[in-house]
Write a protein that binds this ligand. Sequence first.
Ligand code: DX5
Ligand code: ZN
Length: 223
Amino acid sequence: MSGRSRALIAASLLAADFTNLGEEVRAVESAGADWIHFDITDGHFVENLTMGPLVVEAIRPITKLALDVHLMIEDPARFIKPFARAGADSISVHVETTRHLIRVLEMIRAHNIKAGVVLSPAIGPEQLKWVLDYVSHILVLTVSPGFGGQRLLPHSYDRIRMVAAMVRDHGSDILIQADGGVNLTTIAPLADAGVDVFTLGSALFSSDDYGAMIPRFRKEAGR
Ligand code: DX5
Ligand code: ZN
């Protein structure tokens, strides 16, 4: 058990019903989600095209939840301003998508938005060493990027433990977010490894009762 505080739930819209997005957001908010997670792709960094700032902007007025933007795009610096203007509360960028990671993190913070860094599954936690002062959360991607509904890669638990140890040594309150393949089976070992924010896509939106599911996830997480 990590001894960390209450589990935060980020509902990942990629798995929501896109014909009914506003209602989906309202439903997960009343079910007790903490963040709304947007997976943004560009067809280059990953072979998928999902959504852009317009979708974040459309959702902004209908929820009080934090809007958490996960950029899976090349050269993310180009899109910080549009997502900031759209109303994002946090923006996370992949280590491997920019040559100037600290500059991009500073750009995000300059908009009064929380900055996060993302570790793809084959990228080592040591890459984070020099950016810990610039981030409020670390998203450990627990599947290969770009698509929902995949199985969590089993080496993710070790990586999360390594990241948690780095954050502890750094003495900061950086949150650790798991994203990809989080379900009722994987959530307990993820919590145990030190995850604070659990991103839920298909395991939440495939249910027909979000209000029952979110408390079950919290119970399995043990916090
Ligand atoms: C993967 C995305 C995830 C994805 C999670 O690239 O970052 O946010 O939507 O979906 P599930 O929970 O279905 O694995
Ligand atoms: Zn994501």
